[in-house]
Design a protein around this ligand. Structure first.
Ligand SMILES: Cc1cc2nc3c(=O)[nH]c(=O)nc-3n(C[C@H](O)[C@H](O)[C@H](O)COP(=O)(O)OP(=O)(O)OC[C@H]3O[C@@H](n4cnc5c(N)ncnc54)[C@H](O)[C@@H]3O)c2cc1C
Length: 292
């Protein structure tokens, strides 16, 4: 199908973009990479009165090292994140995740701002923003505000962005030196959305697990943190029994859907396997870093 009719406006500044969104009375949509928006238009799932193109706004695509944090512009393409030395060095788990986002042609156009705002429950960047405790900076005519990633994803394709708001920066704390990390995903084919995915970061302090974070996706309406499993692991010496308890807590916490691709029971089983692998791999990396 073809998209329904819409007005088109190429904004030359963030101020102009948020003004256009305000003028549309909640009926306008930003277009960034167009990789999710265009299919939605073609299927007539959306009928915006105006598309506000942000691709010509200068200085919206960047990855900046800002001391103990990394700042990422909303128009940064997936491929730029995938090939960023700053990301590879400071946020290696994000670097690894980027190779799983769709196909190279889509990664050349798709943007971090588009992926987070679209909020697909099986998309890598929303989960990574949750795992890494990102702060999302948004702007509207009313000014700027910060939304923590944990408050941003409200449901499938639903975020805390209000009408007239544009995501203008993603701000992430660097991982501590020596942090162990792992990213484990299963999709039916390379480049497909995940059936289930688990990412872990942790440290090995004095032989015990610390600062553990576990992110999951594909097993609920939004990406999730495995808070009970994190609690069970924190402060423990690594052992099969401790990991098994965390895995069990994860399987209890998730409520995956059954769809064309996999049953709920299969996804629940799978997320446990992925968690077990990811925790083990992250621990090995943390121990390796601790003992040189
Ligand atoms: C075949 C296929 C496979 C894919 N597989 C995957 C996958 O495995 N994993 C994955 O993560 N993604 C996947 N994607 C999606 C891809 O990553 C998209 O690029 C991404 O989800 C949207 O980014 P975009 O820049 O293209 O956004 P757009 O399509 O331009 O916009 C998406 C939504 O975000 C809004 N938006 C965009 N930018 C902003 C902003 N700065 N502020 C506020 N709202 C904004 C738009 O209004 C729209 O509602 C796939 C896409 C396709 C077509």
């Amino acid at each position: 199908m073809k998209p329904p009719p819409f007005e088109y406006l190429a904004a030359d500044s963030v101020d102009a973009a948020v003004q256009a969104l305000a003028d549309s009375g909640g009926d306008g949509k930003i277009i960034a990479g167009g990789q999710s928006l265009l299919p939605m238009l073609n299927f007539r799932l959306l009928r915006p009165s105006v598309l506000v193109d942000i691709n010509r706004i200068p200085d919206l695509a960047y990855v900046r090292d800002d001391g103990d944090r990394i700042r990422i512009g909303p128009l940064t393409r997936h491929h730029a994140l995938e090939t960023s030395n700053i990301v590879a060095t400071e946020l290696p788990v994000l670097h690894e995740a980027m190779g799983y986002v769709a196909h190279l042609a889509i990664r050349n156009r798709g943007t971090i701002g588009g992926s987070l705002s679209h909020a697909d429950p099986a998309a890598e960047l929303p989960m990574m923003s949750l795992l890494l405790d990102a702060r999302l900076e948004v702007q509207s005519l009313a000014g700027r505000r910060t939304i923590e990633a944990q408050d941003f994803f409200l449901g499938a394709l639903t975020t805390a962005l209000e009408d007239g708001e544009m995501l203008v920066e993603v701000n992430l704390p660097k991982l501590r030196k020596g942090t162990g990390w792992a990213f484990e995903e299963v999709a039916r084919r390379s480049g497909d959305f995940a059936l289930a995915c688990v990412a872990v970061t942790l440290n090995a302090d004095g032989g015990k697990i610390s600062d553990v974070r576990i992110g999951m996706m594909g097993v609920g309406e939004t990406p999730m943190r495995a808070t009970e499993a994190e609690r069970l692991l924190a402060g423990q010496r690594y052992s099969d029994a401790v990991v098994a308890a965390a895995v069990e807590a994860i399987r209890v916490a998730v409520e995956p859907n059954t769809d064309l691709h996999a049953s709920s029971a299969y996804r629940r089983h799978l997320v446990g396997i992925l968690a077990q692998r990811a925790i083990a791999k992250a621990w090995d990396r943390a121990m390796e870093a601790a003992h040189g």
